[in-house]
Design a protein around this ligand. Sequence first.
Ligand code: GAR
Length: 197
Amino acid sequence: MLKIGVLVSGGGTNLQAILDAIDSGRITNARVDVVISNNAGAYALERAKNHGIPAVCLSPKTFESRDSYNEALLAAIDGYGLDLIVLAGFLVTIPPAMIQKYRNRIINIHPSLIPSFCGVGYYGLKVHEAALARGVKITGATVHFVDEGMDSGPIILQKAVEVLPGDTPKVLQQRVMEQAEWVILPQAIHMIANGEI
Ligand code: GAR
């Protein structure tokens, strides 16, 4: 049984997609042992509690330095003995020590077809604003392993989504979530849990 920790910062719709996929059997051999947020107000924490999953808030603001926050984050994760860490809209940079220790055991969902619209400054709605500004007709989402770079690790799954006339960043974000993110993130977890990756 793959023990998963999900790191979040916001609404947690990707977390919900993972929990729903486990409940419905689309993800097998895996369970979510903890949800960690950097943001006390993240609705994702409520989703975890509603599911009976430990919901932990670790905010960098409550630590003296980034180093002490990084140590606390790593200690919290180590404490749960996790096999896989899923970044589901987690907007904090992962400390290098954690990347080293959990190499090939941290995955991230990004709301574009990497290498487009990724890297420093591209997160959340900004990704979709940039896609619309560039006028692309196809966008999508990517699940990838996390390495030392920003959105640069090996790609696991991608799914394309059409951009439609009249799309606003929010409308496009919702379509990318529904048609791509909530599909490929659970799929990647299922594949990892079943030795297919
Ligand atoms: C998702 O669209 C995710 O792909 C994005 O943040 C959103 C979180 O939504 N992540 C990034 O932009 C990472 N660079 P959620 O909290 O509802 O899952």
